[in-house]
Design a protein around this ligand. Sequence first.
Ligand SMILES: C[C@](O)(C(=O)O)[C@H](CC(=O)O)C(=O)O
Ligand SMILES: [Mg+2]
Length: 294
Amino acid sequence: MSTQTAGQKFRAAISANTPLQIVGTINAYTAMMAERTGHQALYLSGAGVANASFGLPDLGMTSLNDVCEDIRRITAATSLPLLVDADTGWGGAFNIARTVKEMTRAGAAGFHIEDQVAQKRCGHRPNKEIVSLDEMVDRVKASVDARTDESFFIMARTDALAQQGLDAAIERALACEAAGADAIFAEAVYTLEQYQAFTKALKVPVLANITEFGQTPLFNKTELGNVGVAMVLYPLSAFRAMNKAALNVYQSILANGDQKAVVDSMQTRAELYDFLNYHSFEQKLDQLFSSKQK
Ligand SMILES: C[C@](O)(C(=O)O)[C@H](CC(=O)O)C(=O)O
Ligand SMILES: [Mg+2]
């Protein structure tokens, strides 16, 4: 068993990869697949929790507990470090402190906290509003101060670029760095040059959010690595693909009266059981209870 904390594993993964790819895993099972595939770090998306677990839009409607439940499920099923979307932290300094402590207890390696107002929106949608620089710095300070595990990774996300431009966004990022943030999440960046401006200005690692159908082009990890980006996030990529596959299955069953046309698009029972280590559980059952059956 590893004696490393989740936060230590996450920090080691950042050091070992330039850049580190971090994939969104909407539930425990997809997290197991990502781990088996060879990924080294996982992400729990706030939009993902809202959309997938609750059928809600990403507008700050889910609670700390809602997210912690999904953290516990994922961290119980894998040994990879999990970065978690803490949105705006669910309130003032004491609420943010609870967010740090509860997410640590749930097994998260770290979180990102953003500078949007509580009535937040997806970072790639228009009309976002942000809090003042001072209020954001207070959010970061409250996070750093609340750490019960010094390795818990505190990432400050700034959504300022859209509303205030590059210089203001970098000024915020620098203020968050000075307040103790371990990394900066530069949200909804348009160009590689802008990423470079962030990475040049900052000492701490910078994350690029490469989410589909948003403001940021789908830059390759090599391009991002070349401009100094340390982490590349794919928050909802697998989720979007799963959704399209599921929709296709539902439509096909209705249209055709059976599922034959879509069976080829399905993961087989054997594959499912392999990822779940199903057979080792069955063997254990046989071992434990075979004497009684005779
Ligand atoms: C990263 C993000 O915060 C998320 O919740 O996954 C979203 C992703 C998205 O909506 O595509 C965001 O960028 O705001
Ligand atoms: Mg989010």
